[in-house]
Design a protein around this ligand. Sequence first.
Ligand SMILES: [Zn+2]
Length: 455
Amino acid sequence: MKFRFLSALALLTVNTSFAQDSVMFRKISDEIMLHGTCYENLRVLCKNVGNRISGSPAAAKAVQWGEKCMKEAGADHVWLQAADVPYWYRGKESLMIKMGNGAYKKMTALSLGNTEGTGGKPLEAQVVLVHSYEEFNALPDDAVKGKIIFFDYRFRQDFVFTFQGYGDGVKYRWASPSIAAKRGAVGVIIRSMSTGADDFPHTGGMHYNDSFKKIPEMALGNYSADSLEHYLAKGTVTAKMQSDCHMNEEKRHSYNVIGEITGTKYPDSIITVGGHLDSWDVGEGANDDGAGCVQSIEVLRAIKAIGLKPKYTIRAVLFMNEENGLKGGEAYADSAKAKHEHHALAIETDAGGFSPRGIGLEMSEVQKEKVRVFKNLFLAYGVYDFSIEEGGADIGPIHKKLNTPLAGLIPDSQRYFDVHHTNNDVFENVNHRELKLGAAVLTQFIYLASEHELF
Ligand SMILES: [Zn+2]
């Protein structure tokens, strides 16, 4: 009897809290859907700043933009945090192919980020096709030496969550030049890491093993990769690569942009919400990750606008250099450690401005369960998946150095790898309602974490 009474009381407490939280969830959502400024902020970032690779003048302009937006959102404090970043330069580039002794035909291609070019001179060699590293390893040395290797690995379309497909295939972009150079190849072409039924080539980070020659790497869109495959089935194909790409020796000064609202009960405990301010040097960096930046700023604006008084300090961070160095994320974690800050939670939004579907959790099982108690509150906002173990790249260092629990906004993933790192990642490909819904869910999650002292 006594037990039954207690559990009924407990149930009543949970229900009362559920009702209150549900009202607050609605209030947050209404504020952002009706008065949110994130979409307009994104327009200004995309159209007035444009793409903004780390170390570029556009990245410096983006820092000023971020600082202004944080102030307009009503943050109590806004500041810049220094981070020295690499500066990779693309310059002019071209890729031509010919069959046998035929005429050269120009292909739509993009060099991969961080790659060295051909020093502006043409690099001509026979193309050798492989579909995988297994096929590459099976080739005799004389089939590799002096050749341009075409790693024709298709993005697996059978994974429903496309980030799994990306995780599966991205090694071909990241590591192939050194793997091929080790055996004497002179260049690499890859099929883009792309879900798209189109011909947009995708750039993205690659990495050299310093023990081998730094050979150039270029990506083809899916349709061009299909035609190259087709030509190779018919006979000998020669490619001519030409590019000015290079990594500058000197690092450049840059910054993370930070804005915060001071907590009322635990001002020294911080919840970080962030995205990355840098982008690749094509398109407008709209989904990757302008969307995450404006959503993080929107969290602060909405908290102020509805007069929420969070118990924890809420900090929005626009990280610099996620794409090719992670120097902003490292600087943030180093500073937190040096200042002995307590970071209760960090959440990242870097998967596109699409409809939110879940929240990734990278934390202990006990912490995950504390979050999942509130799962049903999110259903009305289309968010149901709390099963994915995911935080974000920029907040990885703070997890490593301070053991901070991480979370990540998980939007619908079907269209992200159509536009990711391409000339098609532009403002027009972000939907204003989906972007705002994502910001609302982030704010709701942060409200819960702070209000119920989950971390
Ligand atoms: Zn990104």
